[in-house]
Write a protein that binds this ligand. Sequence first.
Ligand SMILES: Nc1nc2c(c(=O)[nH]1)N[C@H]1C(S)=C(S)[C@@H](COP(=O)(O)O)O[C@H]1N2
Ligand SMILES: [Mo]
Length: 518
Amino acid sequence: MSRSKAVFPGLLAGLVAGIAMTAAMLLLASFGIATPLAIIGDRLSVFISPGPFLSIMGRVGGYNHLKQLGVGSTMTGQLVVGALGGAIFGLFMRRNPARHAAFATISIFVLLPLIAAAIVLWPVLGTSYLGLPIDVARLVTLVGFALCVFVFERTLVAGFHFLARAKPKSEDREFSPAIGRRALILGGLGVAVAGGGAGLIQKLYRAATFSYDGTQYKGRVVQAITPNDLFYCVTKNVVDPRVNVDLWHLEVNGLVQNPATYRFQDLKGFSAIEQETTLMCISNGLDAGLMSNAIWKGLAMRDLIDPAAPLSSAARVRLHGVDNYTDTFPLDKALDPTTLLAYEMNGVPLPHRHGYPVRVVVPGYFGEKHVKWLTRIEVTDANAKGFYETQGWGPDFIVPTRSRIDIPDHESRFSIGELRGAIEVKGVAFGGDRGISRVEISDDDGETWDDADIYYAGGDLAWSLWSAHDGWMPDEPDDYTLVVRATDGEGNVQQWEEDRSPYSGATGFHKIVVHVTA
Ligand SMILES: Nc1nc2c(c(=O)[nH]1)N[C@H]1C(S)=C(S)[C@@H](COP(=O)(O)O)O[C@H]1N2
Ligand SMILES: [Mo]
């Protein structure tokens, strides 16, 4: 057999095997099982610090595009590696034409990738979009991966032998019609499987988070309580979990004397707390709407931590979602009676995209810490880090006091002659878990300030809604810069913190420009 005679069938069989393996992964993914297609991205993204992460994200056109690029390149990479692996296999078979050793091919194409995946992907293997407990999920992910590489290996071997079986009559007629026809048949099979894979991609794409990740809530629609379907939404996932509550449980473990696991029904046995709390994403811009307010119902996190009896070395908790998302906060904060394990949002069970069946609500901290699809509370030491903390966000995760003008729009135009009355100026003010005691508005870029009315006071843990007292009446035609500032319940006036890390959330003032003509 000549070199090209060996490489070509290997390459084609490898490509078809790569397609079959990728299709198998898509099939597993459609059942909520974690595959490299999704978790390689999770594994890699913790190595990219926030600066480069944001700039890459900007360059590819946002988080959604970055996720698509991640999955797309993983699939392409698998096909390329598959084809190359096939070519090398072909060359090997040329030297050892008699070898049919399944032992060798299984070692190289099944066991080796399996061991490599177990080592390299270990931290993200315990992912389950069905809500399986982490240790079970790790096993399921590995078994699923083993099946996929087994599909690769069997397809490669069968495909190669199918092609190479063609016996040319003489060496100079290597690509006999027979092998050409066989290549066509195998290629056709590859195309058919790829078609099936494309169907699965379509199905997964419809279920993916692209349509709602980054949803904002701001402007004219803002009410005191955000309706669930308008609540802002942020997720690291390509496809979010849809937890099957019968498979799910909640673990309390780590540095504790009495580790425990709870089923969903057990949680309903604890005394329930209803609490209005506003959430805001750490990457919420001064004018942006990654902030919403809801009434959460659940139990206090301390009701599960107290009976577990934390050891004296315990300093933080690390919360794990079924999607392998993690975040941490101090144990003291976890024991605060306002830190909840919420299972209801505005009177209904948590919607899937907001963390069904249980999420953390931790007032005063950025949205990151409000872990969705919670499955493990790990009591840890002071050094523990979560997903975004490992990336390099922080060091500060306490929400600074914020306010936003929702009405009128930036760059609005008014004509004094046509005004029927004062112009309505309204918005929100949020002081983390410190409440809001005062809101002021300026129409001269902060030179002078007037008190605004707080017409909805959300309490210590939620935003307040404000409006300019009796509205705003510009005296003369001009371009006005409207600015708002809030004072929290502890008397601290909202300010721009010059020395704050850019990855600890923005501080400063929301300003809008309004054009007033005669
Ligand atoms: N399990 C899990 N929890 C998570 C996230 C995630 O990707 N996975 N994203 C976090 C981020 S960055 C934010 S801002 C909030 C958003 O919560 P929401 O989508 O319910 O508004 O959830 C946090 N909790
Ligand atoms: Mo966030």
